[in-house]
Design a protein around this ligand. Structure first.
Ligand SMILES: [Zn+2]
Length: 592
């Protein structure tokens, strides 16, 4: 390592270094780990190719993350020397050559698509699920050889092994946290389904292939769908970074303002008359909410009517179809044509979309069609069987699609959890939709209120609803009214999909730069070079860090009032983002 200068000793290293390797086939989900960090609000990472990593770059890093790749002994030595001298390293799915450095011994076997369980006594696990949950991808089996297990590897929901899934090891003056599975591949797999099921249909209904078919054949364990499993894997990576970082790292809050959850309201309009739309809109407006309704080409909604509803804050998008025998070719051709029709008829683009029959082709082929026609958000991942209206994709958050080759597409996947005709039966006992799980209104309302409660109290993930206007006056009206009443009473915002898309885009555009951590004054400085105050974004700064607590926060030299928020058992000081160039200093004081 290079000797530190006097100036360096005052200043803590502050880079979050994300190391990827575009020459390594096993690294295809490496850049996607960057998407995970952004989603977790950890914006200050710098992505570097393995070939350009050197001692200087490492010396400037508060935490280095090596994504899954094949490295040489020389590269391993460079990274392990960095740790020995006091560096902090996260390894994702490491090779055998790491064994002595990470306190783990590899066994000659692996687990494919298994489970992990957090070590509940470790502070690392606080606020996260105590039961086992799924991972996708492959994990080498590693036994402990000096490291501490933060999570264990399970072969099944109750299939404990003696192997670690996440392990912490002290190496010299530094520490290593190893994730034995590929977090990027795992999150993509939980969210987007099994790529090997692409274009397979798993039921005998007359409908087309849906995104939900990617989750059949055991991919989703229905006993775990109450846990947003992908979001928890992300949270564990974020927690590992916060745990290792010698400096407190500011993060962006997931949701608008200080909201703990959000209910996103949508409805597929079909060919319902305007009165049915109006009945649903009236219900939403009674609770101060807004809804997005998707329109078919043969819908009965005039441009004047649509404009009047938009004037009141509602939103409309396209409900495209490619016929009963959809193929990707038909979809590409028809959706492009319908997008032109929509834009010409209503005078604005469709910012989000849901297809009639939830048609989905290939693994990410339909997402690529959306990229081609310029629609930035998809809502087709509706929780359908094998799911029961919970977290089929293990998430409520919007993330960009990633292809099997690791290409990140400019389209957000926003899951839909609750759909009327998938959950409810008509009062006579008749299933409107053959895939309906046949709940009564009471059971349907309980499902919604439980999901919203667990989101508000634990997971802080949006919940999206699809209520078809034609079903509002028939069998789903009471279900919607009671769910809205519950959410409203809990203070959960009721947004339409476009409001949410605008928020997601604004949050994604935030730039944040740490300008230094002064070791002597315990002072963290950071700036936002061009903040957008219109999007109701919130910054969270860890209130407690290595025995010190925040004593004061200054914006441009002036003390600011702060509120605090507890997120999964950890306290943060909360600062709203306002317009312009913002610079902050956060002062910490040793606890008395
Ligand atoms: Zn439809």
């Amino acid at each position: 390592m290079q000797p530190l200068t006097h100036a360096d000793q005052q200043r803590q290293p502050d880079k979050l270094l994300l190391i990827t390797d575009r020459t390594s086939p096993s690294n295809r989900y490496g850049p996607y780990v960057g998407e995970i960090l952004r989603s977790e609000g950890l914006l200050t990472y710098q992505m570097e190719d393995l070939a350009s990593v050197n001692e200087k770059l490492l010396a400037e890093s508060c935490v280095a993350i090596l994504t899954r790749c094949t490295i040489t002994p020389k590269e391993r030595d460079l990274l392990s020397n960095y740790v020995t001298e006091g560096g902090q390293l996260i390894l994702i799915a490491p090779q055998f050559i790491w064994q002595t450095a990470i306190g783990l011994l590899p066994l000659p076997s692996a687990i494919l698509d298994g489970y992990v369980k957090l070590a509940i006594r470790e502070p690392f696990s606080r606020g996260l699920p105590a039961e086992s949950f799924q991972f996708h991808g492959i994990s080498q089996k590693w036994t402990l050889n000096g490291a501490t297990a933060l999570a264990s590897l399970y072969s099944g929901p109750a299939g404990a092994t003696a192997c670690a899934a996440i392990a912490l090891h002290q190496l010299g003056k530094g520490r290593v946290i190893t994730f034995t599975y590929d977090v990027g591949e795992c999150v993509a797999g939980i969210r987007q389904g099994n790529p090997r099921l692409a274009s397979s249909k798993l039921d005998d209904t007359n409908f087309s292939i849906r995104a939900g078919d990617l989750f059949g054949a055991g991919w989703l364990d229905p006993t775990k769908e109450h846990i947003p499993q992908a979001d928890i894997h992300q949270a564990m990576l974020a927690r590992a970074i916060e745990f290792l970082s010698p400096i407190p790292l500011p993060r962006l809050w997931y949701l608008p303002g200080m909201a703990r959850s959000i209910l996103l309201l949508t409805g597929d309009g079909e060919v319902a008359p305007p009165e049915d739309f109006q009945a649903e809109i009236d219900s939403v407006e009674r609770f101060g909410g807004h809804v997005t309704i998707y329109l078919k080409e043969d819908c009965k909604i005039s441009p004047e009517q649509e404009a009047a509803w938009r004037e009141r804050g509602h939103d409309f998008g396209l409900h495209p179809w490619a016929g009963p025998d959809a193929t990707i070719q038909l979809q590409r051709q028809e959706w492009a044509r319908m997008e032109n029709w929509f834009r010409a008829r209503y005078g604005h683009p469709s910012r989000t979309i849901r297809s009639h029959w939830l048609q989905w082709c290939g693994y990410t082929d339909t997402a690529r069609v959306l990229a081609d026609i310029g629609v930035p958000m998809d809502t087709n991942y509706v929780s359908t069987p094998p799911s029961h209206g919970k977290y089929m994709v293990g998430s409520g958050r919007a993330m960009r699609f990633v292809t099997e080759a690791g290409e990140i597409l400019p389209v957000w996947q926003q899951p839909t959890h609750l759909e009327d005709d998938v959950l409810l039966r008509v009062d006579s006992g008749y299933k409107y939709n053959p895939i309906s799980i046949n709940l009564s209104t009471d059971e349907g309302v309980s499902l919604c209120t439980e999901l919203l409660t667990s989101s508000a109290e634990h997971y802080h993930t949006p919940i999206m609803m699809n209520l078809h206007p034609p079903f509002y006056p028939r069998f789903a009206g009471a279900w919607l009214d009671r769910t809205l009443e519950f959410a409203h009473a809990k203070g959960i915002p009721l947004w339409n999909a476009k409001q949410w898309m605008d928020f997601v885009a604004a949050r994604d555009a935030v730039q944040l730069k740490i300008t230094g951590y002064d070791w002597k004054q315990n002072k963290l400085s950071f700036c936002l070079p061009a903040a957008d105050g219109s999007a109701d974004l919130t910054l969270c700064v860890p209130d407690y860090h290595e025995g010190k607590r925040i004593s004061q926060i200054k914006r441009a030299g002036t003390p600011v009032e702060r509120t605090s928020m507890t997120i999964q058992d950890k306290n943060y000081a909360v600062i709203p983002i306002t317009n312009g160039e913002l610079s902050f200093e956060v002062f910490y004081e040793p606890e008395a």
